[in-house]
Design a protein around this ligand. Structure first.
Ligand code: NDP
Length: 283
């Protein structure tokens, strides 16, 4: 295909995306929804908790830091959450994960949305050969997601519910300084894509939404990329709303901000140009 054709296809694709993903989100559909959000003590998870609260959902929030979670809980109740329960847990521990799911089902009396959002802390630097760190990160960022999803499936099947998986552009396109982190996000894509097929083949009425995000202005992300990436960061509050909206609409994949979908679509069209542009954006 010539460059002109590829360019035209890209423009047509962006227009199609705009049409397909026009926001038909109705927050009222989340009133009384039973929602478990992981990694809810800060960042995008915290912002999602506030959006669900404004819509009048019942929430279970989990992370490791009690003080941070308590502050989020107070604000959620002010914003209109019907109920908020907290569970302190380390997602690197399978015992903790089981405790989270048991506590969530008990507190909510079921589950409509499982929002898998937490990530373990990882340095933003070139690969240094630390395989043990990668193994641990896989446990926190990947194994815990599939463990929680597996435990939640019976409840989600009953409620015709949804699994929302937070991923990243680095889980679709390789970028420098993100070897282990990117690997965990690519793994999520592979696992949940396959699972989505299997649920459809078995007629299990549970949707899976993979959320592919670009750079978002959370404190942890900004601290990591400072001085290393020349790229705009988009607001966590808007990213959180886009994620929730996509989950409610049961779309397979959502892209935020605007450039992420086109980048994924043309990812393999100009490999040399792509890799040059990526390497130029990092120092
Ligand atoms: P943050 O680093 O701001 O928040 C991470 C959350 O995970 C915190 O609530 C933290 O709470 C919790 N957490 C960390 N370690 C553990 C652990 N071992 N066990 C349990 N909870 C843990 O992340 P962001 O808000 O920036 O990102 C949220 C999601 O969005 C992630 O999946 C990320 O990959 C994705 N994303 C973010 C982008 C960005 O630029 N910000 C870009 C692309 C994707 P606590 O410390 O209290 O445990």
């Amino acid at each position: 295909m010539g460059y002109f054709m590829k360019g035209s296809c890209a423009v047509a694709f962006v227009a199609l995306l705009g049409y397909l993903y026009r926001d038909t989100f109705d927050p009222a559909s989340l009133a009384n929804a039973k929602v478990l959000v992981t990694g809810a003590s800060t960042g995008i998870g915290e912002e999602m908790a506030y959006h669900y609260s404004r819509a009048g959902a019942h929430l279970v929030l989990t992370a490791r830091r009690e003080n941070a979670l308590l502050k989020v809980k107070v604000k959620c109740l002010e914003l209109g959450a019907k109920s908020v329960s907290l569970v302190l847990a380390d997602m690197g521990s399978s015992v903790d994960r089981e405790r989270v799911m048991e506590a969530a089902i008990a507190a909510l009396g079921g589950l409509d949305y499982l929002v898998l959002n937490h990530i373990g802390s990882t340095p933003f630097k070139m690969w240094d050969g630390d395989v043990n760190h990668t193994r641990w990160l896989m446990e926190v960022n990947f194994i815990s997601y599939i463990h929680l999803a597996t435990m939640a499936l019976p409840q989600l099947t009953e409620s015709k519910g949804s699994i929302i998986v937070l991923s990243s552009l680095t889980g679709k396109v390789g970028t420098p300084y993100t070897t282990s982190y990117g690997a965990t996000k690519f793994a999520l894509d592979g696992f949940f894509w396959s699972l989505r097929h299997e649920l459809a083949m078995k007629k299990v009425p549970v949707s899976i939404t993979l959320c592919v995000l670009g750079l978002i202005d959370t404190q942890s992300a900004m601290e990591k990329v400072k001085d290393k990436v020349s790229m705009s960061a988009y607001p966590a509050q808007d990213a959180a709303l886009a994620v929730i909206s996509a989950g409610t609409r049961r779309v397979r994949e959502m892209y935020y901000p605007w450039y992420v979908g086109p980048v994924c679509f043309i990812r393999d069209w100009f490999p040399e140009g792509r890799d040059w542009a990526i390497q130029m954006s990092y120092s």
